[in-house]
Design a protein around this ligand. Structure first.
Ligand code: EPU
Length: 336
């Protein structure tokens, strides 16, 4: 979000096993629940400007085990998630391509079960190697044990307990049965334009092409995280889930409201971006902060905003969405 924050002490882990063999690091740093673990810092809003101890993993080794039709690929927590997507898709492997262009590290990906364009990490996750900061033991959890759901996991519900060390995913050498799946709005049009410039037929579409198509769609909707400004952390709110009864009431008043069916027939998912736009917030300026003009779910730092200002903006939006629609939207990033 490009707000200023500094750590009194920062510890960077370059080699995981060597670091965990060090009792001082385990006890003084990791066992202290006050120590903040950061990945890329791209999904954190710092409201406080001073933090005591911060740990970051820099170790970024990666590799795979060939299991015939599938590949078990691993990456250490410090590798950029986007780098991992590019590395695996360049090798012709299918599975991570829709997670292209998401900022942050591999280690942060399971915490909120990152997802985009019709997939989530849980669709490919095999297991996660972890350090239990409280009990000071190494664990290797299956995907099920991580309890990933929409933008949530067991790690998120027990903050300051887990340090993700390595992530394992199962990738495929051949395209999946529904390849290429362009059901997410916007992908099909972008794919047509992309294939036209590449002068390549749809039948030749590879995993790396899908990563490129997703990248182009993201760049049209979201600020470029490689640039300094505007600062953003992607979606600032979760898409809310409401009862079918409430959704029907909304539909009666706003016939265009987008409604997404869920496995539970009594609940419906709404688009927070739509609600915020309808409440009149898209593109609005709020001091040095604001709402991105290309996507109402994205709050921005236009330069010089602090965390408190951004949080105030978020609270004003939340209250206004409640006033208009009686829908509670909840913030998505980690707020420190
Ligand atoms: N919409 C509007 N106005 C807006 C923005 C969106 O009306 O200003 C409506 C439109 O109807 C649009 C719908 O909302 O069709 C959905 O918008 P979009 O496809 O951009 O997806 P989203 O639900 O807003 C989610 C994720 C994104 C992810 C995209 C694509 C959440 C909280 N966000 O956004 O994730 O990239 O889908 O899969 O689930 C992130 O988590 O930081 C993030 C960017």
């Amino acid at each position: 979000m490009r707000v200023d924050a500094s750590a009194d002490r920062f510890l960077q882990i370059d080699h995981i096993e060597r670091a965990l063999a060090n009792p001082r690091l385990r006890e003084e740093w990791l066992a202290d629940p006050q120590t903040l673990v950061v990945g890329g810092g791209s999904n954190i809003l710092f409201v406080t400007e001073r933090i005591g101890k911060v740990v970051g993993i820099k170790a970024a080794d990666h590799g795979f085990v060939d299991e015939g039709e599938t590949i078990l690929a691993f990456a250490e927590a410090g590798l950029g998630l986007d780098d991992w997507v590019r590395l695996t898709t360049a090798q012709g492997l299918y599975g991570l391509e829709r997670l292209a262009e998401i900022p942050g590290t591999v280690g942060a990906a399971p915490i909120q079960n990152v997802g985009a364009y019709g997939m989530q990490l849980c669709d490919v996750l095999d297991s996660v190697e972890l350090w239990d900061r409280q009990k000071q033991v190494l664990l290797h959890w299956t995907a099920e044990q991580c309890q990933l759901s929409y933008r949530n996991s067991r790690f998120k519900s027990e903050p300051n307990r887990w340090l993700v060390l390595r992530v394992w995913v199962r990738l495929h050498k051949k395209p999946p049965a529904d390849w290429p799946n362009f059901s997410y709005p916007g992908l099909a049009d972008e794919a047509d334009a992309y294939l036209m410039t590449k002068k390549s037929p749809m039948s030749a579409l590879a995993a790396s092409d899908m990563a490129e198509i997703v990248t182009r769609v993201r760049r049209k909707k979201l600020p470029d995280w490689r640039q300094l400004l505007p600062g953003s952390l992607g979606s600032f709110f979760h898409n809310p889930i409401v009862s079918l009864q409430h959704a029907n009431k909304l539909k009666a008043n706003w016939p265009d409201v987008p409604l997404y069916a869920l496995d539970d027939p009594d609940s419906v998912k709404l688009s927070a971006g739509w609600l915020i736009e309808q409440a009149g917030w898209r593109g609005r300026i709020f001091g040095a902060a604001g709402v991105y003009d290309r996507h109402a779910l994205v709050l921005i730092n236009r330069g010089g905003a602090d965390g408190k200002e951004i949080l105030q903006l978020a609270e004003a939006i939340e209250a206004d969405v409640w006033r208009h629609f009686a829908v509670q939207i909840k913030t998505e990033p980690m707020i420190v």
